[in-house]
Design a protein around this ligand. Sequence first.
Ligand code: AMP
Length: 482
Amino acid sequence: MSFASLGLSAQILKAVANKGYDTPSPIQAQAIPAVLEGKDVMAAAQTGTGKTAGFTLPLLELLSKGNKAPAKQVRALVLTPTRELAAQVGESVEIYGKNLPLKSAVIFGGVGIGPQISKLSRGVDILVATPGRLLDLYNQRAVNFSQLEVLVLDEADRMLDMGFIHDIKKILAILPAKRQNLMFSATFSDDIRKLAKGLVNNPVEISVTPRNATANTVKQWICPVDKGQKASVLVKLIKQHDWQQVLVFSRTKHGANRLAKNLDAKGITAAAIHGNKSQGARTKALAEFKSGDVRVLVATDIAARGLDIDQLPQVVNFDLPNVPEDYVHRIGRTGRAGATGQAVSLVSDEEIKLLRDIELLIKQNLERRVIEGFEPSHKLPETDLTRKSHGQNKGPRNSNSRGSNQKRSNSGGKPANRQSQSRNKQDNAGKSEHKDGQRSGEAARGHKPNDKNPRHAKSSKPGSAPLSGQRRSRRSDNSTQG
Ligand code: AMP
């Protein structure tokens, strides 16, 4: 199949060819015709599948046929959870739309609002925005949606993870009822489906990867190692394999800073990217990483969301993520759009429960490779994915929640355990937010994180679907919110 057969105009085909794409990816082949027909779309597609072009190309095509946006009006709104993803999508809109007379803008928090107001005042055909700053601008009457034609919700699962449900509802309430809706999400939890119900009408449903599958172009393995040896083993791996461009995930901002310093001291150029860094510092670190001036980029989950680095060969999980779905997102940074990549996780015995949750999610035991000279003194127990209960794989981090979980669910299966684990982490995340002196995006916008807030009060349903986004909103690094 070619892009030309999808019904795109010559100007768009030229931009696509310039970018070097010759064949539409599966999501593009399915989404482009559906969007061009004016249908609502609900797509399960993780990052790396080419989903951005999947909605951007037909959006440009549709908009190029209508009238230009009048002052303060927006014709298509793309909502993204993070600033980085907004910037990335905005860049794609520019690239694919460079031969068209359409105006686009990207708005997010953490940067001056003045230039955004002035850009909106002239009218924007495609606006890419994070929810918080968008609402600020709307409340200041800088933007009007009465002529909106299309809404795109990108990475909807992450929106819920980050506690954006209230903002999304507020935004939906100010949009015209008659519009085309496109919703993209890596995973489709019950909460996402609930959100979709009130959003999309009779949608074309597209799924390009099995739920929670990891890209099969990624070679994954784990390195069992003692916690205190992780930095040293990472140095050894980088030097031994001569890895030139490595994205390393750290669970905490402080851990990311510490590791970047440590690597630098060992002669491996490194930069950290996380929510405590200014937007300018993050943009600079990313540019240096992309250009090869910096060999290792150490990132927290949220900061790394939306990073698009072509053909990233190497991802390292310095710590395993608290939420197993994040593992899938993390390794989605490599092996993108058909390129092969490698994802290595450094796993200490304390992380055994997290490892087991990940392996259950991706339905495979990850290959283990012990590195000579770094044999762990605390052996990493084997993971048995056939056993139903989590009770025996004790990870210290979640031991408190186990008892309450058993009381809450008599199914003993993984969903209830994950919910419990998630609740526990939510508590921990709250603590680390205070420690870092950082407020959550919600708190910053005046939502009180008390029990009246449904996302905090929501009770667990035994045997319900995997982690709901709302239950997962326990992040300590969410300052990339708009
Ligand atoms: P996305 O899933 O939208 O983040 O895209 C992942 C990566 O795939 C980006 O680097 C795109 O530039 C690239 N890409 C998107 N579509 C294609 C295509 N049809 N052929 C080759 N690469 C693509």
